[in-house]
Design a protein around this ligand. Structure first.
Ligand SMILES: NC(=O)c1ccc[n+]([C@@H]2O[C@H](COP(=O)([O-])OP(=O)(O)OC[C@H]3O[C@@H](n4cnc5c(N)ncnc54)[C@H](OP(=O)(O)O)[C@@H]3O)[C@@H](O)[C@H]2O)c1
Length: 346
């Protein structure tokens, strides 16, 4: 039997991705959707400004948008902004709902799993402590920031094989990362905006948490130094990242490529999760790949290229690309939910 699912913020960009993925999901059935006051009471097909490439699913067109969730569902996917999510998600967890959220509030709480399943699936075990500490019957699990999700997946085999103690990143982030009404064309066409509010701290702190350790008192951040400069560029979807990593073992680019290509995602591959890509990291050897327009179709997989030595830093540098609303948001949310099902948590 499929589990009953709800999407909060279903009309937004991440909400639309969730609706699209869930409408054809073997384990979940989308039965409830919410949006703001301006959309609630309307049929989804009439209220939504559908912007993603897949057609709007027939099964969802007639669902009526609610302003708040009242249905009895097994799992809630949240695509609300952090200010709205802060109150809504905690209330739902208190009422017993299992919430997987894309919003940035509580991502650094040491009892909230911040999950990129191929990287740190084991952190889901912190839920026991979360329930004890907050007294919730439900739970809150968080999807990492979009850049962090792409970066930590690309770094995982390198981190495991060679050790990483310093990461420098410079990002080129798509417009869709700012939400459906995030950026007027006049601001971004023919332009680059060298500031994304709060983004650099998210990338730095969340990366340390994801590579951190689960201890008795919760998840403890690791000591990798991470420094980020984040920029918005006129690309519709797909975040690109120039990554520079200082490694703790001497190596060369060929060995790094071998480590990435033999990356096994041991923790989750035996579960057979429907949204887990067979190859979570794809290496391109052409000098001019990855590119957002050509490579974002990989969806849940991150594409890396230009892997080369970084003599100045004592390590390697490479270019990574990931789909910001799939790997960076909705797809990872669904993968987290699948992991929870596989671990009998819902
Ligand atoms: N875009 C990305 O690439 C990305 C990546 C990672 C994480 N995130 C995070 O995911 C969340 C959603 O982002 P987005 O880009 O999808 O934003 P968005 O396009 O602006 O969508 C926001 C959604 O929230 C709804 N909403 C707004 N105010 C509300 C309220 N008071 N009560 C209930 N619903 C309300 C909106 O409904 P209406 O249509 O009725 O206004 C809409 O469905 C954010 O927390 C964002 O930081 C986004």
């Amino acid at each position: 039997m499929r589990r009953r699912a709800a999407v909060l913020g279903a009309t937004g960009i991440v909400g639309q991705r969730l609706v699209s993925i869930l409408s054809r999901h073997p384990w979940f059935e989308l039965v409830a959707i919410t949006a703001s006051e301006k959309s609630s009471g309307r049929k989804y097909g009439e209220a939504v400004n559908w912007v993603i490439e897949d057609p709007i699913p027939e099964s969802v067109k007639d669902l009526v948008l609610q302003q708040s969730l009242t249905d009895d569902v097994d799992i809630v996917f949240s695509a609300l902004s952090a200010d709205v999510a802060a109150e809504v998600e905690v209330n739902l967890a208190r009422k017993g709902y299992f919430v997987v959220s894309n919003a940035s509030n509580m991502r650094l709480d040491s009892t909230v799993p911040l999950l990129n399943p191929e990287v740190n699936a084991g952190h889901i075990e912190v839920l026991e402590l979360q329930r004890k500490l907050y007294g919730w019957e439900g739970a809150i699990l968080k999807v990492p920031n979009c850049v962090t999700a792409i970066l930590t997946l690309a770094l995982k085999p390198i981190f495991d094989e060679f050790g990483v103690d310093l990461v420098v990143v410079s990002t080129m982030q798509a417009i869709s990362g700012a939400g459906l009404s995030g950026l007027p064309a006049m601001s971004i066409q023919d332009n680059i905006i060298p500031h994304i509010e709060g983004e650099e701290a998210k990338v730095e702190n969340e990366t340390r948490k994801i590579f951190g350790k689960l201890e008795q008192r919760g998840i403890v951040q690791c000591s990798i130094n991470v420094t980020a400069s984040c920029h918005r560029v006129p690309v519709l979807e797909g975040h690109s990242i120039a990554v520079f990593a200082r490694l703790m073992k001497n190596t060369d680019p060929d060995e790094v490529i071998r480590a990435i290509e033999s990356f096994k995602t041991n923790e989750i591959r035996n579960f057979g999760l429907p949204t887990a890509p067979k190859k979570p990291i794809i290496v391109r050897r052409e000098v001019d790949r990855p590119q957002p327009r050509l490579d974002r179709k990989e969806g849940m997989a991150v594409v890396v290229g230009r892997i080369r030595e970084d003599r100045a830093l004592g390590g390697i540098k490479f270019f990574a690309l990931g789909h910001n609303t799939i790997r960076g948001a909705a797809g990872t949310a669904v993968l987290i939910a699948e992991l929870a099902v596989a671990k009998n948590l819902l």
